[in-house]
Design a protein around this ligand. Sequence first.
Ligand code: PEP
Ligand code: MN
Length: 368
Amino acid sequence: MILILKADIDEQSDAYKKTLTFLEQLPNIQLQHHVVQGAVQKLSEIYLLGETHMLDQAEIESLDCVDRVVRISEEYRILGRHRDQNRSSGFTYNGVSFSQDNCHVLAGLCAVDTREHVEEMMKALKAHGQVCTRMGAYKPRTNPYSFQGHGKSCLPYVFELAGKYGIKVIAMEVTHESQIDEINQALKETGSPTGVMLQIGTRNTQNFELLKVVGRQREYPVLFKRGYGVSLNESLNAAEYLASEGNSSVVFCLRGMKSEGGAPHRNMVDFGQVPVIKRLTRMPVCVDPSHSVGTRDSAPDGILDVAHAAAQGLVAGANMVLVDFHPHPASALVDGPQALLMDELPRFLDDMNRSHEFYLARKEIWAG
Ligand code: PEP
Ligand code: MN
């Protein structure tokens, strides 16, 4: 059972202390405190765990500090929606708000290769009003002899350039906890000109020890990718690891499922599940058309498969698009064949905006 406390509650007040005293004497019930950083305000929640079926919901609802009570199922305790449409979704990070009601495009380099390419990318993003990007410094590669990413050596110039071009949020994958310290250090040394959203890649979806460490830090929000070979339920439970350790600022990303059935695309595009995740959880939902489609092929209508797939995600209500671009895909060290070209950026952004607007229009149709 979740007790959502009234907004801006004063933990020193008598009313709060009385509420806690009452809750602490409930038999066979443990209390867990959570602070949820919503898109607009901070919300305090108290979780009652244990024999909650014995509790009188109306009595608890009538406690002074309690705004609402939500009965929860066992799954996705913190991130879940629990059939309560009023539970707030999302968070604000470095001035940018992410929720189930808005939409951002995170276009950028799959892997940082040169300072010049990072600058070219960020300059183009600024020119088109973008404040978010993706930049890979730590790359999990299938082949041990493939380029593994520049790691911490590229962080200072990536962060400085982000500051120069007004980038507020960089999605950056981490594959080991030590990399969080390296990111901390580099941000500190460069005067924190930007922010980082830590990405958990599909290969680490069920790396529970990494999830626990990333969940214990509250500094950075998390972009969590669905596992490419496990069920949606398993992936959502894995995301809950982050929240159970204290960090519920999580965006859930679909990126296609490994299956021969997906060919000729790299993975089977699974964006039809966007609404399912929004129904089951409060997480903003991202789609990654680059890693699911994996090619620069286009249909006879002249539209790239990557753009088609991303639009499918957005008209289904996705809140974020993570997409690979590169100034010279032929020289990219990772995933060149799927990168879009710089002159395609304005068209891609226009397509994504209109696809999101079409989703909003669809919502109106069904609201009647
Ligand atoms: C990536 O986004 O660069 C990446 C490696 O993605 P995924 O974990 O989905 O393969
Ligand atoms: Mn990639």
